[in-house]
Design a protein around this ligand. Structure first.
Ligand SMILES: [Zn+2]
Length: 371
């Protein structure tokens, strides 16, 4: 776990430094096999001026480098600048898995901001005919934040979704970061101690940007083997059916199992486990709040620790919720339901331990680097 994390860290730094990723599509063969996107910039101007072309390339470079940061091998079709009218008749190239639309300021304010959207990522319509879609705008805004940050927010949704993370992560993790951004890190002021963990530096040929950090959980995750857009819906349905069958088989086998006995045995274990884990999580959090390092490498260690802390809190919340649900079932004498709630709760609580160890290691390492 640790070595692969470290390796991924190094890989990401190197890749982000190499500004021009040579991933452009020149053969349809490659596009049909590999994750492929097309970025379209829609301008309110009568035609695409120099500035529009520059913006188009800027967002394309940010997109490709951010996906590389996630370790996502991909191709892209040449980014296109088009007028609003051209965009009406635009059709995505054949093998596009995800279409990324960036509106110019005037259009974006009208199309997105006036509908209370900073940007969006749609994943429901992920079928062959209808690629996944991100829409953002080149609109600096007090309400939604820096446009590059907004794009990285949407790309983070996509990347985590693509890598197969559950909704709690591809939506929840991203929105957790967003809420920290809204609360502590707006308007280019990232000096609050909450801010560093949610940011990563993304380098391009012209400029460095602050984008949404990548969760360490995503490092080294292998993308789905099959090309994404061709059959995600089918794949998912199949899995659900298989899972359902498995569950019903299990239930059949276990009809003689004494749920009452097992549940009452499990109850004190889960209660004390959650109490001790909770104490550990809050001790780790206090420790992190109290630390302040100057050394860059030490800071990196602390960033990792903050990410690990995020996971502990997520799992703790899961564990506590299901523990309460379990208690509720016990009070209604529904032991079977309670048993499975406790089982799940304990499983979640057990996941926290390794993150607490990681945090302790990160802090130790940071302290020695600071010396
Ligand atoms: Zn979002």
């Amino acid at each position: 776990m640790k070595t692969s994390l470290a390796k991924a860290g190094i890989l990401i730094i190197i890749l982000l430094f190499s500004a021009t990723a040579k991933t452009q599509v020149d053969a349809t063969h490659s596009a049909s096999d590999t994750l492929t996107y097309h970025l379209v910039y829609v301008t309110h101007n009568k035609s695409c001026y120099n500035y529009d072309i520059q913006i188009t390339n800027k967002y394309n470079e940010i997109t490709t480098n951010y996906l590389v940061g996630y370790g996502l091998q991909h191709f892209y079709y040449d980014p296109s600048c088009m007028t609003e009218k051209d965009f009406e008749s635009y059709q995505t190239p054949q093998y596009t898995d995800i279409l990324i639309v960036v509106y110019s300021k005037n259009l974006g304010r009208e199309i997105l901001h006036e509908n209370n959207l900073g940007g969006f990522f749609t994943w429901v319509e992920g079928t062959k005919k209808d690629p996944l879609r991100i829409e953002v705008c080149d609109c600096p805004s007090h309400d939604y934040g820096d446009p590059v940050w907004v794009l990285s927010h949407e790309l983070a949704h996509f990347a985590l979704y693509y890598l197969g993370f559950e909704r709690e992560v591809f939506e929840g993790w991203v929105h957790y970061n967003q809420s920290i951004y809204y609360t502590y890190c707006q308007e280019g002021d990232y000096t609050d101690s909450h801010c560093p963990p949610i940011f990563a530096k993304l380098e391009t040929s012209n400029y460095d940007y602050s984008v949404m950090n990548i969760p360490s959980e995503a490092y080294g995750v292998k993308p789905p083997q099959k090309k994404f857009a061709t059959e995600p819906v089918v794949e998912k349905t199949k899995k659900t059916v298989e899972n359902k069958q498995k569950t019903s088989d299990k239930t059949k086998q276990k009809t003689t199992f004494d749920y009452k006995k097992a549940t009452l045995k499990k109850q004190p274990i889960i209660n004390s486990k959650i109490d001790s884990t909770k104490a550990g999580v809050y001790t780790a959090q206090e420790a992190l709040y109290s630390l302040n390092f100057k050394n860059e490498k030490a800071k990196k260690e602390i960033e990792k620790a903050w990410t690990a802390l995020w996971w502990t809190k997520k799992y703790l919340k899961n564990a506590e919720t299901t523990q309460k649900e379990g208690e509720n079932f016990v009070s209604k004498l529904k032991y079977k339901e309670a048993y499975y709630k406790y089982h799940y709760s304990l499983e979640r609580a057990n996941k926290i331990d390794k993150y607490l160890v990681e945090i302790t290691d990160n802090i130790k390492k940071a302290k020695s680097l600071e010396k």
